[in-house]
Ligand binder design. Structure first.
Ligand SMILES: Cc1ncc(COP(=O)(O)O)c(C=O)c1O
Length: 414
């Protein structure tokens, strides 16, 4: 057995993996450049008067088979726009996931609502429908279902609960472009879907976002919310309700429109890479490849393995460190701790010293988040070892990752 690189041995891989080698990891080229040149030459960088943001909105809506899309500046602003469209009263609760990006939660706080966290499925890492239902109160205003790592949530059960209690569902699809739940694309099942175009996403414009919906009224409210509540009709300016400027500009729209044409291919290439890696490591004793929910298609934003700690005598964190030393990249625990353990929730660090919305008199309840509120989430973060999964990986790259996983597993085998 060869010595582990972490102990001074020769690493499995010395050449950087493609996503590391070219820093970007994204497929950007002639199509994006052509659109950008066109925009700059036109002199019109503002979406009104330009054409690319509109092209992106119409094309993305058509791709998903939904009636409306509203482009905006980020995934965070897409979720905020979706929630702004739902228009919850101040001091209401929004149920969401404890493992996610802060971009899922900040909009809830900015709308002066209280985030409530449903625990996660220990196998698929998505929100447990029974935990969602247990957290519903007379104050619940919305559910934000996060398709974490690209795995679709259990939408049949979530939608049934939402319908039973009359609660709107926003799908957070930031990590899940083109992921499918029983033949339906994520983002098309809830009342609204929200996507991010941040650098690490399946399609990118550096930053950017888009909201989709089939509801005419929600679409109209979303468009207004992202444009300061301004309908841009009539002779004088009217601001119909409290909105903000989340408008996408034409430079971003130019890149987004070109990226949109590549996203299926990107996701397909990730699916092949993930399938190959899973088949190569399935027989490695003590290593558990990620599980895909039956009837679904994952989009593999993140590929996370776990180890059987009875068979492999090292902590997941040490395993990840040893794997990274083999030159294939690896991480431990994604966000490290449930999001509600961050200072913003523990110190209620929001608006000045007010602690609003946590202390909001319209809410009138005490809010405290404790680590074991979502025990499965804690355990998931402790055990997951993230492995790179990129659309540029060749079979050889994936072979190297699998070899490194097998090498580390064998070295620490009981
Ligand atoms: C699940 C999830 N939700 C929301 C966001 C927020 O997106 P953005 O970073 O574009 O604001 C992200 C992106 O990091 C995400 O992964």
């Amino acid at each position: 057995m060869s010595k582990l690189a972490v102990d001074g041995g020769q690493p499995v891989r010395t050449k950087p993996l493609p996503s590391v080698a070219d820093i970007s990891g994204r497929d950007l080229g002639e199509a994006e450049l052509a659109n950008l040149t066109d925009v700059v030459k036109s002199g019109k960088l503002f979406r009104y008067g330009g054409k690319y943001v509109e092209q992106f909105e119409q094309g993305f809506a058509a791709k998903l088979g939904v009636k409306h899309a509203v482009a905006c500046t980020s995934g965070t602003s897409a979720i905020h726009t979706a929630l702004g469209a739902v228009n919850p009263d101040v001091g209401r609760e929004v149920i969401t996931a404890p493992i996610t990006d802060m971009g899922t939660i900040a909009p809830i706080l900015f709308q002066n609502c209280i985030p409530v966290f449903a625990d996660l499925d220990p196998e698929y890492y998505t929100m447990l429908p029974e935990s969602i239902e247990a957290k519903i109160t007379d104050k619940t205003a919305a559910i934000i279902a996060v398709h974490l790592f690209g795995q679709p949530c259990d939408m049949t059960r979530i939608l049934a609960i939402a319908e039973k209690y009359g609660i709107p569902v926003i799908e957070d699809c930031c990590q899940a472009y083109m992921a499918e739940y029983e033949g339906k694309l994520v983002g098309t099942m809830g009342d609204l879907g929200a996507f991010s175009l941040q650098q690490s996403k399946h399609m990118t414009a550096g930053d950017g976002g888009i909201v989709v919906t089939n509801h005419d009224e929600l679409a109209s409210r979303a468009a207004l919310f992202a444009d300061k509540g301004w309908p841009r009709t009539g002779e004088v300016r009217d601001y119909l309700f409290l909105g903000i400027n989340y408008r996408m500009n034409e430079l971003t729209g130019a890149v987004a429109a070109a990226q949109m044409g590549k996203v299926e291919q990107v996701v397909e290439r990730r699916r092949s890479a993930a399938a190959r890696l899973t088949s190569l490591i399935s027989d490695v004793p003590g290593v558990n490849p990620p599980k895909e929910r039956p009837g679904c298609k994952h989009s593999w934003w993140l590929y996370a393995i776990t180890i059987d700690e009875e068979r492999i005598r090292v902590s997941p964190k040490e395993f990840a460190r040893a794997l990274a030393a083999e030159g294939v990249g690896a991480g431990h625990g994604y966000i490290g701790k449930p999001i509600y353990m961050s200072p913003i929730f523990q110190d209620q660090a929001t608006y000045g010293k007010s602690r609003c919305p946590f202390s909001c008199p319209y809410y009138g309840r005490n809010v405290q988040y404790a680590e074991d509120d979502c025990p499965n989430a804690v355990d998931i973060l402790r055990k997951i070892i993230t492995v790179p999964c990129n659309e540029f990986f060749t079979d050889d790259d994936i072979n190297d990752i699998a070899t490194a996983i097998a090498k580390v597993a064998e070295a620490y085998a009981a």
